[in-house]
Every structure is written in structure tokens, then in C-alpha cells.
Design a binder for this molecule. Structure first.
Ligand SMILES: Cc1ncc(C[n+]2csc(CCOP(=O)(O)OP(=O)(O)O)c2C)c(N)n1
Ligand code: SF4
Ligand SMILES: [Mg+2]
Length: 351
């Protein structure tokens, strides 16, 4: 993979977070994506979210598959762990890593080709099982890296750069995620950092998969009239159901005086998601209603964004599998190999 290192110097007055880190400490190498690619804006939102959350970069593990989107972990969190897997297999690798070491924060990045085509079963099982991770899908409706073929999320009738109309029904990963039992389901737009950054922060504090489908226009192959994943289309058809903020327990809770009702969802770790409702009827904790709302938006050509569904304390795969608290790599010989008597007892229990 080609990459260009960024120069190390920065302005001495750059603000620092509680760990004493500036934004620069959360950056990676210089991006080699096309100028204006939506994926770069998502990388910037991830950097902002991690900086605001005071995350120690060495506690984050970036996981990805193959595609322009999956290249992006090189461009943020340069001091974190990373695993660039094969096409569509990011969720499987993240599942294994999460079971072996529940101490790290897993941040998965995938594309619509990566997750909705070759990796669809991996996407489905990861969400169904509730792997504790943030799963960001950078959705441009095309295979950007291989020059703009329609992906499985391209809308029916969407027109390619060459003027060809897509004849197939799209897979809506948001509806699918809700049906599969995912417990934090959001959609956003790469061009809306104000919405995306709090959504990422909320996903990082969620137990289980924090899934965010981010519409991310491909300026090279899918940003023309006729595309439903272009900057112009999403700006004209975006309908945000809520405005979101994340309050962490240690911070002072400030009163939001803006008009509109505010709903607070307390997550398992005590952090509070504050949802300012724009649509007064929208309840993100009602799973069936959320599904109906998303489907209705799709039917009338609206891109519904915001936190669409959340279950505040669902438990995760580690809880259900009773995995050890300490990372496997920290266990000694005695714990890893308890001897033939223990093995006999296990075998006897299975007979
Ligand atoms: C097993 C396998 N099949 C096909 C490919 C070719 N390939 C590379 S990236 C890609 C699609 C990427 O699309 P997407 O996940 O949407 O990422 P984008 O580039 O649009 O961000 C394909 C088909 C591959 N690398 N490996
Ligand atoms: S081809 Fe598309 S997705 Fe890939 S870097 Fe260029 S604009 Fe981004
Ligand atoms: Mg794509």
C-alpha cells in the first residue's frame, strides 16, 4: 500500500485533550484517495471523535477489508493497532480479535462492496451476534477501487457515469441491521460532520455493534446527476430524525436550551446519549417503528439520517460467551493449559 508520511511539526497553540494530545496525534499518513472523496471526510470525523473522547490511540484496533474505504485506516490513528484483512472479512477478523482481547476498542471500516456483496454473511453474523465494535460502512453505491461498477447498495434506476441505469433492487443495510437484531443503528452523511462525530462517539460507548452507514460520495465514479449517492442528491433529500450529543459521566451535564424535546438514553457504561428530536413522533428505542420509518423514507426517495435505533444495554458477544476478562495474550501457561484432569472433566461433560 502506498502512503506518504505527514511532517511531524505543528502549531504550538493547537488545543490538547485531557491526555495532552492534539488532533495531529490522531492522524495517520497523507491520504492517497481522490481529492474530495467522501471517505476522507469520514476519516476526519473519526479523528475528531477519538480526540474528543480522549482515547489513548494504543487502545484502538482498526480493522478493515479491501476497497478505497478499507484503505482509510492508514490515514487516521497512526499510533493504533491495525489489521487490513481480505475482501469482506473484516467482521470475522474483528470478531476473533474481540473475543481474544476485550480490552481494545475495535473500529471497523468497510465499504458497500466489501459488506453488502462479498462480505454480506460476515456483516450479518457480526451484527446478529453483537460483537463489541464500531462498524463504519462508507457507502458510495459503487466499487470505487475497481473503477465504479454498481454495488449492491446502488438504488434501482440510479445512473452510472457511463449513463447505464441500475436494474437491480438495492440492499438497505440499515433495515437489514435492525432486522438482524443490531442494537445501535445510525445513518449519516460524510459531508455532515456535526451529525457524524457524535454518532461515532455514541457508537464507541455502546456495548455491542455500533453500526453507522455513512453515505460517502465517490467523486470519481458516482457524483453526477442520476446518482442517488452524490453530494447534491443527499443534500437535497436528507431528512435527519434527531440531533445527537454524547455526555460522558465525568463531564458536567449542561442544559440544552434549544427548542424541541430532548430524550436521554443512558448506555451501559453510564454515558448519556442526548437526542434532540426534530421529528416529534420519532422514538429511536422502538424497533418496529424504526424499521417502518426507514422503509417509508426509502419508498419516497428520502435519505433518513440520525440515530435510527438504539437499545441502551443489550450485552455483547463476550458476555454471552463468558470469555475471560483478561486478554488471552496476558494469560500464563497455568491458565492456558490447566492440565489433563481439567481436560478429562470437560470431555466427560460432553459425553
Ligand atoms: C476476493 C476478492 N474479490 C474481488 C476483489 C476486487 N475488489 C477490490 S476492492 C473491490 C470493491 C470495493 O468496493 P467497496 O467495498 O464499495 O469500496 P470502495 O472502493 O467503493 O470504497 C473489489 C471487487 C478483491 N480484492 N478480492
Ligand atoms: S475512486 Fe471513488 S471511492 Fe475511491 S478514492 Fe476516488 S473518489 Fe474515493
Ligand atoms: Mg463502495
Amino acid at each position: 500500500m502506498t502512503y506518504v508520511l505527514k511532517p511531524k511539526f505543528h502549531h504550538p497553540a493547537l488545543p490538547k485533550n485531557k491526555l495532552g494530545f492534539t488532533h495531529r496525534d490522531y492522524e495517520g499518513s497523507v491520504s492517497t484517495l481522490c481529492a474530495g472523496c467522501g471517505h476522507d471526510s469520514i476519516s476526519a470525523a473519526i479523528i475528531q471523535a477519538c480526540w474528543e473522547l480522549d482515547l489513548p490511540p494504543h487502545r484502538v484496533a482498526k480493522m478493515s477489508g479491501i476497497g478505497c474505504s478499507s484503505k482509510t485506516p492508514t490515514y487516521f490513528l497512526g499510533q493504533s493497532h491495525g489489521f487490513n484483512s481480505v475482501h469482506g472479512r473484516m467482521p470475522a477478523v474483528a470478531t476473533g480479535a474481540s473475543l481474544a482481547n476485550r480490552d481494545l476498542i475495535y473500529l471497523g471500516v468497510s465499504g458497500d462492496g466489501d459488506s453488502a456483496s462479498i462480505g454480506l454473511s460476515h456483516f450479518a453474523n457480526c451484527l446478529r451476534r453483537g460483537v463489541k465494535m464500531v462498524y463504519i460502512l462508507e457507502n458510495n453505491g459503487v466499487y470505487g477501487l475497481t473503477k465504479g461498477q454498481f454495488s449492491a447498495t446502488a438504488d434501482k434506476g440510479s445512473v452510472s457515469k457511463q449513463g447505464v441505469s441500475n436494474p437491480d433492487e438495492p440492499i438497505d443495510l440499515i433495515s437489514m441491521a435492525i432486522l438482524l437484531g443490531a442494537t445501535y443503528v445510525a445513518r449519516s452523511f460524510s459531508g455532515d460532520k456535526h451529525q457524524l462525530v457524535p454518532l461515532i462517539k455514541g457508537a464507541m460507548h455502546h456495548r455491542g455493534v455500533g453500526f453507522i452507514d455513512v453515505i460517502s460520495p465517490c467523486v470519481a465514479f458516482n457524483n453526477h446527476p442520476g446518482s442517488t449517492k452524490s453530494f447534491d442528491y443527499v443534500r437535497m433529500h436528507n431528512d435527519a430524525v434527531n440531533a445527537l450529543d454524547l455526555m460522558i459521566g465525568r463531564d458536567e451535564i449542561v442544559v440544552d436550551q434549544a427548542p424541541g424535546t430532548v430524550v436521554e438514553v443512558t448506555q451501559h457504561d453510564g454515558s448519556v446519549l442526548r437526542l434532540k428530536k426534530i421529528d416529534e413522533h420519532y422514538d429511536p428505542t422502538d424497533r418496529l417503528a424504526a424499521l417502518g420509518y426507514v422503509q417509508h423514507g426509502h419508498a419516497i426517495g428520502e435519505v433518513v439520517t440520525g440515530l435510527l435505533y438504539v437499545n441502551d444495554d443489550p450485552g455483547d458477544l463476550n458476555d454471552r460467551m463468558h470469555t475471560v476478562e483478561v486478554p488471552l495474550s496476558s494469560l500464563g501457561d497455568a491458565e492456558l493449559c490447566p492440565g489433563s484432569e481439567a481436560l478429562e472433566a470437560i470431555n466427560a461433560a460432553l459425553r
